[in-house]
Design a binder for this molecule. Structure first.
Ligand SMILES: Cc1ncc(COP(=O)(O)O)c(C=O)c1O
Length: 386
């Protein structure tokens, strides 16, 4: 099947740089041999730097959902309680994963577009001191909401002696997350989002507390058992056959991140997000999420009355070769979402803004595209000094 290259501006997967992509064509090697040890050592060294952790970062050959499931299966035993702030489809899904593992979930709900307060979460924790952990989705990709008090929730977890799990699948590498400073026990990143690697790997930072717990009380999973991963990582291996081509790609992507510096990359995501929000505001389009929780990596915008989601995105893709997405679950048909993840460049952001503007006009919505591009250009000047 022939595949035409398009500009993939989704909230994951995202466009992968050619050198990252090409590194997947290296030969298959022995995953118990010296070459793999070298590869894994490189991945581990840079991963620890960007997770900002002294603990182990394991790499699972699974998509993000497998990473989230690994946290659930390693921490939750049947009958265990967990606190889950729910403010989007992915946090709802995390709660369901815990229930599927026969855990009991205390949900702290907030309407999509906002998020529960720190107080609400602390109340739930103090009323459920027997809970095993707090499971937070740092950036819920469905509404485009970043939980801006993730650090405070870490302090609460620390105070009450609970495990703290952060699903950072869609935001890791695009916004701040110092794992140890925030008292996180498990941090999950997805390869296909801000790490600009193809889909298929979950990177998971795991604290010694979790690993020691797992050794004492083995989980009901073989594939995701953290203790096995940590034991094999000591010799720079994985317990099971790794998805080698994606490991090669990940190594190249991490080397690029390390060369640029994580702080700079995070700053670029912030500038890119400001350009999008400002441009859409200039067009008279409304962001879906309350300002303080707005994501720097998922730009979610409400459709004006009368715009059909599928028709709009089809027009945009057919005429501009740019792929964005809509809402799902309760947000289906109500919002469109753009990924501002990975490689943040003018040459990706400006055409996307232009395409959205002209596609709106084609749907009968009068927007000032020229002015929107002008304000975005102004914001994007900030990229030059990063
Ligand atoms: C916050 C969050 N959690 C979990 C997932 C699931 O990841 P995957 O589709 O890689 O399994 C996603 C995917 O978009 C996500 O954004």
């Amino acid at each position: 099947m022939e595949i035409k290259r398009k500009s993939i501006m989704l909230p994951g997967p995202v466009d992968v740089p050619d050198d990252v992509l090409m590194s997947m064509s290296k030969p298959v090697i022995n995953h118990r041999g010296e070459e793999f040890h070298q590869l894994m050592a490189n991945i581990e060294r840079i991963s620890k730097q960007i997770f900002q952790t002294k603990y182990n970062v394991i790499v699972l050959s699974s998509s993000g959902t497998g990473g989230a499931e690994s946290a659930v299966m390693n921490i939750i035993r049947p009958g265990d309680k967990a606190i889950v702030p729910v403010f989007g489809e992915f946090s709802g899904r995390l709660a369901q994963q815990i229930e599927a593992a026969r855990g009991k979930v205390v949900r702290v709900n907030a309407p999509f577009g906002t998020a529960p307060s720190v107080e609400q979460i602390e109340n739930a924790v103090s009323e459920n001191k027997d809970a095993k952990g707090i499971f937070l989705v740092y950036n819920d990709t469905s509404p485009g909401t970043t939980y801006r008090y993730a650090k405070e929730i870490g302090d609460i977890a620390e105070k009450y002696g609970m495990f703290y799990v952060i699903d950072a699948i869609s935001v890791f590498g695009g916004d701040i997350l110092p794992m140890d400073e925030w008292h996180a026990d498990v941090v999950i990143a997805g390869s296909q989002k801000c790490l600009f690697t193809p889909p298929g790997l979950a990177l998971v930072g795991v604290s010694d507390d979790v690993v020691n717990y797992v050794r004492k009380d083995p989980p009901l999973t073989t594939y995701f058992n953290y203790a096995s991963y940590v034991d094999f990582l000591a010799k720079f291996e994985t317990p099971f056959t790794p998805a080698l081509p994606i490991f090669y790609a990940l190594e190249t992507a991490l080397q690029k991140i390390s060369a640029q510096g994580l702080d700079k990359i995070i700053q670029k995501h912030k500038i890119g997000a400001e350009a999008y929000y400002k441009a859409f505001e200039t067009m008279g389009l409304q962001p879906f999420v309350e300002e303080r929780f707005r994501s720097n990596v998922v730009i979610s915008i409400k459709y004006p009355q009368g715009v059909d989601d599928v028709k709009f995105r089809k027009y945009l893709e057919n005429n501009y070769n740019i792929v964005i997405t809509g809402g799902f679950g309760e947000l289906k048909g109500k919002i469109f979402r753009i990924g501002n993840m990975g490689i943040i460049e003018r040459s990706k952001i400006l055409p996307t803004i232009l395409a959205v503007g002209h596609s709106m006009i084609a749907q009968g919505i009068n927007v000032n595209v020229e002015k929107a591009i002008e304000v975005a250009e102004e914001k994007l000047k900030g990229l030059d000094s990063v």
